[in-house]
Design a protein around this ligand. Structure first.
Ligand code: GTP
Ligand code: MG
Length: 421
């Protein structure tokens, strides 16, 4: 797809929806149109086929392919976009039958990510995702003739070229992974450094456009990009949030999720998502003003399962309550979802309550202890100040009496050297 469309020469796309259930129609339509807007495409029209069993050669039935060919021609569309992931063979067959460029949902999302990637790490991750998507599809970019030649002659030019290309892509993928590992190493070291503090790690997780960056800005007075465009955030940002009574947390804003998030993206963004994997707990931000918030909520939970972190403690944050009319509905949700709060990140409503929830969680995480430290080991008192929260300290004849709180990690490190009371 052309990534740099200007107002005058937007790529014209005709959409094909293939969702099975009619109750999903509105969400599916609105979401794909938003994705197209974000990518700078002009939607000319759409059609739909309920696909329960796919016709593997073209994904949809022959008759429908003919119909699309007609529509796309009448609409003067440049491209036909399928709201699903297609195989390379399917794309090629559809292109041959329709006579237009055919792209799938994954390519569209990868395209948006490519436009959004500003940092070195973001760019590496997107490139890795694009190449991983391309790899199994390389075969289908060769013409029928070349493929036949390769097949019959076994070592025809088509096949040789394919193998060279495959090797090149493979080498590039290995190189990208190495570079990403390098960036990841830097991030790991930074995380280790932060771990020395007595502050738990939390991440903001949620569907794209749920309001994660807006909440981060409200809580940390940052100026992160918060926009109605999908996938405004790609790179994680971490800030310390001071809480009452001297408590704090490190909070990280992360990339948003979407229904049917391409697996290549999840794999490529693993380094970024590791911020989530390493966090002690997370806030799941839900856009309650979205008519399909439940589907979005389920899609995020589905993705979290893939990250094998279902057991991680979570505070559910129902956001955008300023855009709701029915307060009793919110009340009902809070009652039926344990550990949840309702806020408006934009207007600041409910933020104090959210902070109280976070502080309660942090308090539960820290280990409280009292100890007598011999004067000869007074550096431990210093460490408690540095890596913990000192509640009381009393310098007596027989030693320093200290009452403090530490994260489990720091407690383990220090406790075997202390005479815990
Ligand atoms: N009415 C209302 N709008 C909000 C609220 N919070 C965020 N928004 C709007 O929702 C849109 C998306 O907000 P972001 O903060 O960028 O959402 P995000 O979750 O960071 O999105 P991605 O980075 O794309 O995943 C923006 O237009 C915000 O102004 C809220 O409490 N109320
Ligand atoms: Mg964001």
């Amino acid at each position: 797809m052309n990534l740099h469309n200007t107002e005058e020469e937007k790529e014209r796309v005709f959409l094909v929806f293939v969702n099975e259930r009619d109750e999903e129609d509105e969400l599916v339509e609105n979401e794909l149109v938003s994705l197209c807007e974000t990518a700078g495409l002009e939607v000319t029209g759409f059609t739909r086929q309920r696909v329960s069993r796919t016709t593997s050669a073209t994904f949809i039935g022959k008759g429908k392919v003919e119909e699309i060919k007609m529509y796309a021609k009448d609409d003067k569309a440049d491209t036909v976009l399928f709201d699903t992931e297609l195989s390379g063979i399917q794309i090629r067959n559809l292109q041959e039958a329709i006579g237009k460029k055919v792209v799938d949902r994954t390519q569209l999302i990868l395209d948006i990510f490519a436009q959004r990637a500003n940092t070195k790490e973001g760019q590496l991750q997107v490139e890795l995702a694009q190449l991983s998507y391309m790899m199994p599809r390389l075969m289908s970019v060769y013409t029928k003739f070349e493929r036949q030649k390769g097949g019959i002659g076994l070592r025809g030019p088509g096949e040789t070229k394919l193998e060279t290309d495959r090797r090149m892509v493979k080498d590039k993928i290995t190189k990208l992974k190495r570079e990403i590992d390098h960036v990841k190493g830097t991030r790991d070291r930074l995380r280790e450094e932060r771990r020395k503090n007595p502050y738990p790690f939390a991440t903001l997780v949620g569907y794209t456009s749920a309001g994660k960056s807006t909440l981060m800005n409200t809580l940390c007075k940052t100026d992160l990009l918060a926009d109605k465009m999908l996938f405004a955030t790609l790179d994680p940002t971490t800030r310390r949030i001071p809480l009452e009574d001297g408590y704090s947390i490190f909070l990280t804003d992360t990339v948003g999720f979407i229904r049917k998030l391409p697996t290549h993206l999840i794999a490529a963004f693993r380094a970024t998502l590791e911020e989530f994997v390493h966090s002690d707990f997370f806030l799941h931000i839900v856009d309650l003003s979205h008519p399909e918030w439940e589907v979005q909520f389920a899609a995020v939970n589905e993705t979290l399962k893939k990250l094998e972190s279902e057991d991680k403690p979570c505070i559910i944050v129902f956001n955008k309550i300023d855009a709701l009319k029915d307060e009793t509905f919110t009340q009902h949700l809070l009652e039926t979802h344990p550990n949840s709060v309702a806020i408006s990140a934009k207007e600041g409503t409910g933020i104090d309550n959210l902070l109280t929830h976070i502080t309660d969680y942090v308090k539960k995480q820290l280990i409280k202890f009292t100890a007598v430290i011999p004067y000869a080991n007074s550096e431990f008192v210093e460490q408690c100040y540095k890596y913990g929260r000192v509640i009381n300290v009393d310098y007596k004849d027989d030693g320093i009496y200290i009452e403090a709180e530490l994260t489990p990690e720091m407690h383990n490190k220090i406790s075997n050297k202390l005479a815990i009371c």
